[in-house]
Design a protein around this ligand. Structure first.
Ligand SMILES: Nc1nc2c(c(=O)[nH]1)N[C@H]1C(S)=C(S)[C@@H](COP(=O)(O)OP(=O)(O)OC[C@H]3O[C@@H](n4cnc5c(=O)[nH]c(N)nc54)[C@H](O)[C@@H]3O)O[C@H]1N2
Ligand SMILES: Nc1nc2c(c(=O)[nH]1)N[C@H]1C(S)=C(S)[C@@H](COP(=O)(O)OP(=O)(O)OC[C@H]3O[C@@H](n4cnc5c(=O)[nH]c(N)nc54)[C@H](O)[C@@H]3O)O[C@H]1N2
Ligand code: SF4
Ligand SMILES: [Mo]
Length: 895
């Protein structure tokens, strides 16, 4: 059966379109104004309740990521371009054969919190109801499955009780394992505004002194993995000082005594809490007093809590303290799981995790029966499937024969990614739905490999749900490029090819959404938190215009900004549960050979595996190379210099990274970002290093604490090469590539010297004019390549330990046609004019040197710096970095 999916109208006029940012879970409203040539102007939507017009650096730079370079535009089978007909025929045929020969549970799906709800819904329905495999998991397993498990244990449902207004209305905000200033920047601005407006105090709990910590009133730099001890100590303290809400505890909860007894065993006193967490007793007491003495407390948590082998307990230890004080579902008070991906919540709503069925239903027989009847599903599964770590393990063991990966890049983001890379080779069928042709996972191969081109942000239509349960539309404002199609339509096509025409006859995203909404309300009657029944009959026109809305949104009850305000939860007796948590312990101890704890996470301007933010030169300027943060004490001991290269290794793999020596990390710990991958760095894939011991309850792997070793990596020369098109580096070089104005920028290190570099340039750019400066005795070589007047490449190489400064050369390269003085400057390596330094403010492209000059010139505050050089005046994501440069901060650091 063929179903005609009408092309939604895209006006060629520059009509502004309201849509949602495709990055983080804040879910900011964006107004995109297409320029008619494939690009678009981007602005914050002042009417959107998540951001009121603000965008962070990543959101602001969305316009720079719309280009079609490296896009996957056509289906491919085994590396050869194929028609949709033949590619989907291959997929459906292989699925059918696999199911016949090995059973349907030899087929697996690995999905993503970045899919739209409609994509996710169809994938879940196809797999769990019609193919009949329970093995559907998602990258959200790596992201917030511990928060989900903690919610379910405490509330009987996976409910985020609060809303963003709680952040505006809180008097204390505790951020646990959350680098909010960089990872949820617009929410962070709301928190900082609250501080200005009402004196809200910010407390940051993180083993690393992050940019968020820099802004905090109290920073608790605890030992990795010890959060449960901190919150156990807090529970004991709340009880002791009488800060608990005895009435709420008695009327609306159960399990208090057991949880308290366990907490007393873990951290009976502030002194014991200090000992268990490595904090000072004074800091512990200050935290306890602030929490106990303030009614309006929000505790927001993300990956430092979730990505832990005890992530579920960490979540419950936090929730326990809110239940004990009755601070839940009230204005300005509650536990708040900050979701990472734009549609982490939508994935939970459709049931995209392996331990869920659909629409917040699990596997109770009556739930299975409901979903079976609603879908009229012939092969509905009756129990949980394998969670990500176990799933990839089953692939390695040959239990799974066919895998469909959609909207995620597990060869970078999964722990033990090298093992997974090998495992995929053994699959009979690997299907990858991608927008980029060159992602690490799109480059993987199996016995049969099918690549399916997906529509990207700006090209597709659907909905996403943000951290506060707000459903917002992503709308299309660009034409579909090549043969790319929406993921939901491709999944439905496969469903039809497998003989399920009636169930997969969807002709629009709106039609999928209506069915999803109807299922949420199906025989619900208030038994399930997720109910958007009021949208089950939404017309196409209203789907175009009506949203954003917050769930629940029932036919009769309307919407609620906060849940549990009435003290009624979704357990059978309507009481919330206290949970007795385990004493903290790292999943894996360090050893003599692996003496460091390797922590991993994010930087301000890159998104995950960089397939999109990597296209933006603005975003690539902030942190152009992969790095490892090392404490000065450890750097000295291991002979590591700032800007030099180091090899970080674990039992699973290794990476070579630039060293940042900083007291932001504690002695004995290292921090490495998760973003770089095999297409933009020689050896910096985080997944290769990380062990990933799963939490026993949620299955979320520990990504923040792998035993590791570090040693200097020695190379003879360091340098950079700017070119219009990316240049392939010789084997054995260390390199990292970043987008720069007008081309591609390569930072490299090599065991070769200036002569070899000279030969390389002469070989690469034969027939063009090479202006060269060589001092082989000192190992220096500089070269600028011209095509007529136009600068087409530029290389600098020297023996320095640190990275040569490329800012001046980058500026000239972006200008394309340098004048005489500038040509000389390129060869001398000295800037023709005063340099700007490494970029701090991505929005206005303001460099470190400019900001320091403004401060030296008398600018004594963030505002004054902004007035002097514009830095920090747009999205504000760089304000913590600017504040660190102010005399006050420098004086504090020196003290
Ligand atoms: N710029 C940017 N923003 C993003 C993303 C991105 O890729 N780039 N991704 C989005 C996604 S999907 C997610 S999930 C979020 C993640 O947002 P965050 O959770 O804020 O980000 P991470 O950097 O992964 O980790 C947060 C912090 O946990 C700390 N941590 C490590 N171990 C512990 C511990 O034992 N206890 C405590 N308390 N803290 C610990 C780390 O030092 C780190 O600073 O960001 C979202 N926003
Ligand atoms: N060591 C370590 N590992 C981590 C983390 C960590 O902190 N440390 N964080 C974990 C977390 S929280 C997360 S969320 C994951 C994120 O990890 P991934 O999900 O692997 O990262 P992304 O780069 O966001 O991958 C999304 C992929 O989907 C593609 N894509 C974009 N839009 C579409 C679309 O519309 N359709 C399709 N089919 N494809 C699309 C992109 O090009 C990209 O390749 O990483 C996890 N891994
Ligand atoms: S905070 Fe930034 S990345 Fe997150 S949704 Fe808003 S603009 Fe996008
Ligand atoms: Mo995430």
């Amino acid at each position: 059966m063929t179903v005609h999916v009408p092309e939604p109208k895209v006006s060629s006029q520059a009509a502004a379109v309201r849509t949602t940012c495709p990055y983080c879970g804040v879910g900011c409203g964006v107004i995109a104004t297409p320029d008619g040539t494939g690009g678009a102007g981007i602005a914050g939507d002042t009417a959107h309740p998540a951001n009121f017009g603000r965008l962070c650096s990543k959101g602001s730079a969305l316009g720079e990521t719309l280009g079609l370079e490296n896009r996957l535009l056509h289906p491919h089978v085994d590396g050869v371009r194929a028609s949709w007909e033949s590619a989907l025929g291959t997929v459906a045929g292989a699925f059918r054969r696999t199911a016949e020969k090995h059973g349907p549970d030899a087929i697996a799906f690995y999905l993503s919190g970045q899919l739209l709800t409609e994509d996710y819904y169809v994938a879940n329905k196809l797999a769990k109801g019609f193919i009949g495999t329970p093995h559907v998991d998602t990258n959200s397993r790596l992201c917030m499955s511990s928060a989900v498990a903690a919610h379910r244990r405490a509330f009987g449902s996976d409910t985020v009780p609060g809303c963003y207004e709680d952040l505006d209305e809180a008097d204390v905000i505790v951020l646990v394992g959350s680098n909010t200033a960089w990872c949820h920047p617009i929410l962070f601005r709301r928190m900082v505004d609250a501080r200005t407006a009402r004196g809200t105090r910010l407390i940051v709990v993180d083993p690393r002194r992050t940019e968020t910590a820099e802004e905090a009133d109290l920073f608790l730099g605890l030992r990795p993995g010890t959060d449960s001890a901190l919150f156990s100590g807090l529970l004991v303290h709340l009880d002791r000082v009488g800060a608990c809400d005895a009435r709420f505890v008695a009327d609306h909860t159960s399990g208090y005594d057991g949880a308290l007894e366990r907490a007393r065993a873990i951290a009976p006193t502030p002194a014991a809490t200090a000992a268990a967490t490595g904090l000072s007793e004074a800091d512990v007491s200050a935290f306890f007093d602030l929490f106990a003495g303030t009614k309006r407390v929000v505790t927001a948590f993300s990956q430092g809590a979730n990505q832990s082998a005890q992530g579920t307990d960490k979540g419950n230890a936090i929730i326990n303290c809110h239940l004990a004080t009755g601070r839940i579902g009230q204005p300005g008070a509650g536990p708040f799981s900050l979701t990472g991906q734009p549609n982490a919540m939508g994935g939970r709503e459709v049931g995209g995790l392996a331990n869920m069925l659909a629409a917040h239903m699990h596997f109770a027989p009556e739930e299975v029966d409901k979903v079976r009847r609603f879908w009229n599903a012939p092969n509905l599964i009756t129990g949980e499937g394998m969670k990500a770590v176990a799933l990839f393990d089953a692939i390695a063991r040959g239990k799974i024969k066919a895998l469909w990966v959609m909207g995620t890049n597990p060869l970078v983001s999964m722990p033990q990614a090298d093992v997974i890379k090998d495992a995929l080779k053994g699959l009979d069928l690997l299907v990858v739905s991608e927008v980029m042709a060159d992602s690490d996972t799109a480059s993987a191969t199996a016995k049969k490999t099918v690549l399916l081109p997906a529509l990207a942000w700006g090209e597709k239509d659907g909905t996403v749900t943000n951290s506060e349960r707000r459903i917002t539309r992503q709308r299309r404002f660009l034409k579909a490029p090549g043969e790319a199609r929406p993921d939901w339509a491709v999944l439905a096509d496969v469903g039809r090819r497998l003989g399920h025409g009636a169930a997969f006859g969807f002709t629009s995203a709106a039609a999928v959404f209506r069915q999803h909404a109807a299922l949420s309300a199906f025989e619900n009657n208030g038994t399930r938190d997720f109910d958007i029944g009021a949208l089950a009959d939404i017309g196409d026109a209203a789907y175009e215009t009506n949203l954003p809305v917050q769930w629940p949104l029932t036919k009769r009850g309307g919407t609620k900004a906060r849940l549990f305000s009435d003290g009624r939860f979704f357990t059978f007796d309507k009481r919330a549960r206290f949970v007795a948590v385990q004493a903290p312990a790292l999943a894996q101890a360090t050893s003599e050979t692996m003496p460091f704890v390797l922590n991993t996470g994010r930087v301000r301007d890159h998104w995950h595996t960089m397939t999109r933010t990597g296209k933006s030169q603005r975003l690539s300027a902030h942190r152009p190379v992969p790095f490892v943060q090392v404490h000065p004490r450890d750097a000295t001991a291991a002979n590591l210099a700032e800007g030099g290269l180091a090899r970080v290794s674990t039992a699973h793999g290794a990476a070579e990274l630039e060293v940042i020596v900083t007291e932001a990390v504690a002695p004995g710990t290292l921090f490495m970002p998760m973003h770089w991958n095999d297409s933009n760095a020689s050896m910096a894939r985080v997944g290769a290093l990380v062990r990933g011991v799963p939490d026993p309850l949620s299955g979320q792997p520990e990504l923040k604490a792998t035993p590791a070793a570090i040693a200097a990596a020695s190379y003879r020369s360091r340098g950079f090469l700017l070119s219009r098109d990316p240049v392939t580096t010789p084997a054995g070089w260390w390199w990292a590539r970043a987008a720069i104005g007008g081309g591609s920028g390569l930072q490299f290190a090599t065991r070769e010297g200036s002569r070899e570099a000279m030969l390389l340039m002469r070989g690469l750019f034969q027939g063009l004019e090479l202006a060269e400066y060589a001092d082989h005795a000192r190992g220096r070589y500089r070269c600028a390549v011209y095509d007529g007047e136009r600068l087409v490449a530029c290389l600098a190489l020297g023996p320095e330990a640190g990275r040569p400064d490329w800012e001046a050369a980058k500026a000239l390269f972006a200008g394309a046609v340098p004048g005489a003085a500038e040509r000389r400057a390129l060869l001398s390596g000295r800037a023709a004019t005063a340099g700007a330094g490494p970029v701090v403010c991505a929005c206005h492209g303001v460099g470190l040197d400019v900001i320091t000059a403004a401060i030296t010139g008398g600018a004594g505050s963030v505002e004054a710096v902004g007035a002097a050089c514009k830095a920090g005046t747009n999205c504000g994501s760089c304000i913590p970095e600017i504040r660190k440069l102010l005399p006050e901060a420098l004086a504090r650091d020196a003290a």
